[in-house]
Design a protein around this ligand. Structure first.
Ligand SMILES: [Zn+2]
Length: 258
């Protein structure tokens, strides 16, 4: 879909995609065929056929292509990407044994970095511009720093969902070095890098619901396929909701906000 001569994509220069199928994602889900999309600065300045553009606008021939908002992946284990082809025929139980019990604990920070970097590049390349990284291999803050370092290398929007399958969340989430990490890496309000806490539990353990509100202000996720349907969990969620201002149940099929 690119033109024969690469356009000059100097930052700040207006850019127009020509003759694309444009999925607007507006309320009526309008689709424009043979349409242009003009971008000036950080904003979409126009959508329509044969747009007039400012002098000096870079042009990309998007004939045959689709222009659409970036996709959002609400749940990906980015740290495991380097091993993604291994165990493709495993059952879920085999996966748990391998990662949770046998080998997950030997991942070094540089292994986390490699997985996250590869995953982030793949995501952006596939049109996924926002990814929630369910990062439950963060055994130490050094692992967590490596995860963030990798995400910062790639021009996409990411949310680090901090987790550690080698400990209960009531352990790692109360460590001073964890608190320091959050302040250090997420204190600046960078719109491209978000943060939440990833509680890898099959239900909401009472130890997560301590009255000191230690997680207040952070988005909290609970991991599990169809977790919202587990017996008793909705009641736990209701209780947790009173303490966590933003709680989500993550699954590999959907994310349910409560
Ligand atoms: Zn998951």
């Amino acid at each position: 879909m690119t033109s024969a001569a690469s356009p000059d994509l100097t930052p700040g220069r207006p850019l127009v995609f020509r003759n694309a199928t444009v999925l607007t994602m507006d309320d009526a889900h309008h689709v424009h065929h043979g349409a242009d999309v003009l971008i000036i600065g950080e904003h979409i300045a126009g959508v329509g056929p044969a747009l007039a553009v400012p002098d000096g606008t870079a042009e990309i021939d998007a004939t045959g292509g689709i222009v659409m908002p970036g996709m959002i992946d609400t749940h990906r284990h980015m740290w495991q990407t380097a091993m993604r082809g291994y165990g493709a025929d495993w059952t879920l139980t085999q996966y748990f044994v391998w990662y949770y019990l046998q080998w997950g604990k030997v991942f070094r920070p540089e292994d986390i970095f490699a997985g996250n970097l590869l995953s982030a590049i793949e995501a952006v390349d596939a049109g996924v511009t926002t990814t929630v990284d369910w990062s439950h291999g963060l055994q130490t803050v050094a692992h967590a720093d490596a995860a963030v370092d990798a995400l910062a290398e790639v021009p996409g929007r990411f949310v680090l969902a901090y987790g550690n399958i080698q400990q209960g969340p009531w352990e790692w989430s109360t460590a001073p070095e964890f608190r320091d990490f959050v302040t250090r890496r997420f204190g600046s309000g960078n719109d491209m890098l978000g943060f939440q806490m990833a509680f890898d539990v099959t239900g909401l353990d009472p130890r997560l619901l301590s009255p000191d509100r230690r997680h207040r202000g952070h988005r909290v996720g609970v991991h599990g396929k169809r977790a919202e349907r587990r017996p008793g969990l909705p009641a736990h969620l209701a209780a947790a909701r009173a303490r966590h201002s933003r709680l989500a149940v993550h699954g590999h099929q959907r994310v349910v906000e409560r």
